[in-house]
Design a binder for this molecule. Structure first.
Ligand code: ATP
Ligand code: MG
Length: 198
């Protein structure tokens, strides 16, 4: 962590499993915004996904570690999975802010689908004080920040990866490959732990 005015990207997600769409988005934003690092923060119990069972946090955390291990600028935080109760982004931002200090500049990275929902999140005013938001393109969704405060959000075009965790889970359940959609280590981890089998 060293000097205290670092530029830190934050990529929150369920990561069930983490896939190359997440990694490309983080890498592209890190380059465009000159970030010193990107912290991936797997959610605890996601409040928006209560109908569908989510894979245990420890498996999602380990897949995220495996997927990011080779990139010296990528890190993984346990903040959300270690905090009891449902995950709210404002709490994630508070915890990362506490870890990196008051001078760090925080950039919360989010795909077009999640950006659209931001105003339904908790304490949005506080969220925009804690971090600058970066919305990235995602195939199948329109990227717009029309309903969000202009100075709080930037929009960035990233290489189009038509990949979702939902599709990866369905592919595994159907016995189809997820090679090249998720990193090799994640392919192996899914097989080893027999995740997403019916
Ligand atoms: P699920 O299908 O389970 O919702 P997901 O693929 O949407 O999974 P999440 O963990 O929900 O993955 O997403 C975490 C963040 O990454 C969100 O901000 C989401 O918009 C973004 N994201 C996910 N996939 C892509 C992609 N292919 N391109 C750009 N952004 C993405
Ligand atoms: Mg999603």
């Amino acid at each position: 962590m060293g000097d205290d005015n670092r530029r830190v990207g934050i990529m929150g997600g369920t990561f069930d499993p983490i896939h190359n769409g997440h990694l490309v988005a983080a890498s592209e934003v890190a380059d465009r915004f000159g970030l010193d690092e990107v912290v991936f923060v797997p959610t605890g119990q996601p409040w928006q996904k209560t109908d569908e069972p989510v894979t245990p946090a420890e498996d999602r955390y380990l897949m995220t570690v495996i997927a990011t291990a080779s990139n010296p600028g990528f890190h993984v935080s346990r903040a959300d999975i270690d905090r009891p109760g449902p995950t709210y982004t404002v709490d994630t931002l508070r915890d990362v802010r506490a870890e990196y200090g008051p001078k760090a500049q925080l950039f919360f990275i989010t795909g077009a689908d999640a950006l659209e929902k931001i105003l339904s999140w908790k304490d949005t005013d506080r969220m925009f004080e804690l971090a600058h938001f970066i919305g990235v393109t995602r195939p199948g969704f329109e990227l717009s920040a029309a309903h969000l405060p202009a100075d709080a959000v930037s929009l960035v075009q990233v290489p189009a990866m038509a990949i979702s965790s939902t599709d990866c889970r369905a592919r595994v359940a159907a016995g189809k490959p997820v090679w090249y959609l998720v990193p090799e280590g994640v392919v192996q981890y899914i097989a080893k732990r027999r995740l997403y089998r019916r």
